[in-house]
Design a protein around this ligand. Structure first.
Ligand code: SAH
Ligand code: SF4
Length: 354
């Protein structure tokens, strides 16, 4: 791998410093930031209002890794697309674009934070291959860039409105790189995505949640819960051994209270495992009185796992139980199952491409 720095992973202040270090006025750094994130330049050469000699000096010190799309899949609904991207060291990652019609016209990108994942949740395809490595900030931004290009193809002028870290990996295990990417996404002179529309989803890393609670402005937090007893949760999610419910839930409460933001709990319904009325009551017991929302999602099938999802009526019944118990809950529409782009189906590319 080359040792030149990846410009895409740099904050405006860092680019200003870089420009100054190369003998230019610091405002040139801001110009570079604008080229990279607002105009989505793919080459330093394209930054036409930078002096030619500066561009050459810049290219000697820094680089812009190419966007390499190895595979592109479009779901039958036409509104969900999954990309498989190659990274500079030969690793690959998946990311997803979801276009929602309707009034709010959301354009959501689902980004990966790691190549693979170390958490080993039994129902998740990503977890089955283990962790290869963390992504850099530049590699996180690269995904948005590739998906923005897809969006542009679908609807000219379309902009990414929402970002969710629900792709491959555990974002709170790659905290610094993820948060830096978030700050770049938020910057109004760059991507301009509001912090209220950026969601970090975690399997429940308590120290990470505590750290995230101190970030300003606060981000949206989603916690993958999936079970209401430690016994079952540990079976499904080994991380529960380290951060059991009696530590996780209070950390979520503190997040909600400290930030004033509602915490979303993800609950994948698995037939005969966590779908009984008792489970719904257990959820109400755990989350009662908290600013919380439960996203119920029938488990998506994953090769190599015997766990099964539930039927739509069973999911609706479960949501009704939650609502009767006083919780706010809804079924989350799961997109892209036909191209293995739905929650939990992204994996460290063991399949044939090209
Ligand atoms: N590592 C983070 C974020 C990535 S996973 C986390 O676990 O939260 C994104 C979401 O997909 C999580 O809520 C995860 O529990 C869920 N998920 C994983 N496998 C799934 C499956 N087979 N069906 C439905 N949701 C799944
Ligand atoms: Fe990792 Fe999240 Fe999958 Fe668990 S559900 S293995 S934490 S990506």
């Amino acid at each position: 791998m080359t040792t030149r720095i990846d410009l895409r992973g740099m904050l405006p202040a860092e680019l200003e410093e870089l420009a100054a270090g190369l003998g230019e006025k610091p405002y040139r750094g801001r110009q570079i930031f604008h080229w990279l994130h607002a105009r989505r330049a793919r080459e330093i050469e394209a930054m036409s209002d930078l002096p030619r000699a500066f561009r050459a000096r810049l290219a000697a010190r820094a680089e812009l890794p190419a966007v390499q799309v190895l595979d592109r899949q479009v779901a039958a609904d036409g509104q969900t697309r999954k990309l498989l991207l190659a990274l500079a060291d030969g690793q690959s990652i998946e990311c997803v674009l979801m276009i929602y019609a309707g009034e709010r016209r959301r354009r959501t990108v689902c980004l990966s934070s790691q190549v693979g994942c170390a958490m080993g949740c039994s129902f998740c395809a990503t977890g089955q291959g283990g962790l290869q490595r963390n992504l850099t900030t530049g590699e996180i931004i690269l995904q948005a860039l590739a998906l923005a290009t897809e969006l542009e193809e679908q609807e000219s002028g379309g902009c990414i409105t929402n970002i969710v870290f629900m792709g491959m990996g555990e974002p709170l295990h790659n905290y610094a790189a993820v948060l830096k990417a978030v700050r770049i996404f938020e910057d109004p002179t760059g991507w301009g995505v509001s912090h209220r529309r950026i969601t970090i989803s975690t399997c429940g890393i308590v120290p990470g949640i505590e750290r995230l609670a101190g970030e300003k402005p606060p981000l949206e937090l989603a916690v993958s819960l999936h079970a209401v007893t430690n016994e079952l949760r540990t079976r499904l999610m080994p991380v529960n051994r380290r951060y059991p419910l009696e530590r996780l839930i209070p950390a979520c409460r503190r997040y909600a209270e400290g930030t004033g933001r509602r915490v979303t709990f993800e609950y994948a319904l698995m037939a005969g495992i966590n779908d009984r009325r008792e489970d719904a009551r257990g959820l109400a017991g755990l989350l009662g009185g908290m600013l919380a929302f439960v996203n119920v999602i029938p488990l998506n099938p994953v090769a190599g796992s015997r766990l099964r999802g539930v039927t739509p009526p069973a999911a609706r019944r479960f949501v009704a139980w939650l609502q009767e118990a006083g919780l706010e809950a809804a079924i989350r529409e799961s997109r892209g199952a036909d191209i293995a782009a739905a929650c939990g189906q992204l994996r460290y590319a063991p399949r044939e491409v090209l």
